[in-house]
Design a protein around this ligand. Structure first.
Ligand SMILES: O=C(O)C(=O)C[C@]1(C(=O)O)C=C[C@@H](O)C=C1
Length: 361
């Protein structure tokens, strides 16, 4: 072995030693940063502290004797601060009740013999709005005959325009209960006011918190205190993290039965009403233990692509699909354009089932 390569080896050995020392010091530092993170969490202080970071950088630069440039020292330590911050936030994420890290196994919501989030998938169908007993009974009977037990129907309708049909309110919930009792079905309906949550639990089996109310924190807190499952729709412009944190409000409030729904987000695309974010499905399944559904009607706003979108949702791991069905969509008081009539629904349901992607109860 030449003298040169011997030197190289020795020098590399020295670096290996230093690497180990640096690693040990970095790990020691990381543990302290984690402890700081816990203290900050308890005191409600933001994790990121740019002032503290600047002070540390100034001190380091003052003591820098080279050969690294000040800018290089700053850059290296900024990376360390960033990694520490990530660790603090990661620790916080770990303690989310809805997180997969907190609970490995899937949450399965049981309602009147229907399982949501279990080994089978669920189809939820029904009109956008509850309009009359006859309308509900007609749809309910068709769904029941098709083997579907979960029916949706809006009674409180948060509409963009104050002049649009606002729903039948409590009267609509009563109609849902009447038809559900007659047909032995499970009902889903949206509630928009925290004061209505408890009352709604007397009439419907699953309370929906709609996209426009996903971050209505008082509503989420009220939903946490009721013994009825909640389906929580992703907000129009909500990130996946915001949806997860909204669900956390409900679970932290004491209600573990939360179902998430991807219903499309607002983008620049105009050929669909919203953009179906199919990637949200596997991400939500990975990050949380909650059931995840896809509302194909609201995400697309068009009837001609419901089958491929439902298939995509199921293939991506969704626990079910939600779709709007009305006996006579042309006369519907809301969403007339996008609801399927019963014949179209049968065709949709047949094509989804025969794709082999839908695992039945
Ligand atoms: O000193 C703190 O407050 C910390 O949270 C520790 C620490 C660091 O790693 O030094 C991490 C993140 C903050 O932005 C500032 C500093």
């Amino acid at each position: 072995m030449s003298q040169n390569s011997k030197d190289l080896e020795q020098l590399r050995d020295q670096l290996d030693d230093i690497n180990m020392k640096l690693l040990s010091l970095l790990s020691e530092r990381a543990v302290i940063a984690q402890e700081i993170g816990i203290v900050k969490q308890k005191q409600g202080i933001p994790k990121y502290d740019p002032v503290r970071e600047r002070e540390m950088l100034e001190e380091l630069v003052q003591h820098n004797e080279g050969p690294f440039e000040d800018s290089t020292v700053k850059h290296l330590f900024k990376q360390i601060f960033k990694a520490s911050l990530d660790l603090q936030q990661e620790d916080h994420k770990k303690i989310l009740l809805v997180s997969r890290k907190k609970q490995q196994e899937n949450t399965i919501v049981h309602v009147k013999g229907v399982e949501i989030g279990g080994s089978a998938q669920v189809m939820i169908a029904g009109p956008c709005s509850v309009e009359s007993y006859d309308q509900l009974k007609t749809v309910g009977t068709a769904l029941k005959d098709a083997g579907i037990r979960v029916m949706r129907g809006g009674a409180f309708k948060p509409r963009t325009s104050p002049y649009d049909f606002q729903g039948l309110g409590i009267e609509g919930l009563k109609l849902l209960k009447q038809v559900a009792d007659e047909l032995d079905m499970v009902t889903v309906s949206e509630i928009v006011h925290p004061g209505h949550i408890e009352l709604a639990a007397n009439y419907i089996d699953i309370i929906q918190i709609g996209a426009r109310n996903m971050q209505n924190f008082e509503l989420l807190k009220a939903a946490g205190q009721v013994g009825v499952p909640i389906v929580l729709k992703r907000g129009l412009s909500a990130t996946i993290e915001e949806l997860i944190l909204a669900a956390e409000y409900i679970v932290a409030g004491g209600n573990p039965n939360v179902i998430l729904i991807e219903r499309g987000i607002r983008t620049y695309e105009k050929w669909t009403r919203n953009t179906l974010d199919i990637s949200a499905v596997p991400i939500l399944k990975q990050e949380t233990h909650l059931p995840v559904l896809v509302d194909v009607t609201h995400s697309t706003g068009r009837k001609d692509i419901l089958v491929p979108c439902a298939k995509a949702a199921l293939a991506a791991g969704a626990d079910g699909v939600m779709v709007e069905v009305h006996p006579d969509p042309a006369t519907a008081l809301s969403d007339a354009q996008q609801q399927l009539n019963i014949e179209q629904f049968h065709d949709f349901w047949h094509r989804v089932k025969s794709s082999g992607l839908f695992k039945e109860q």
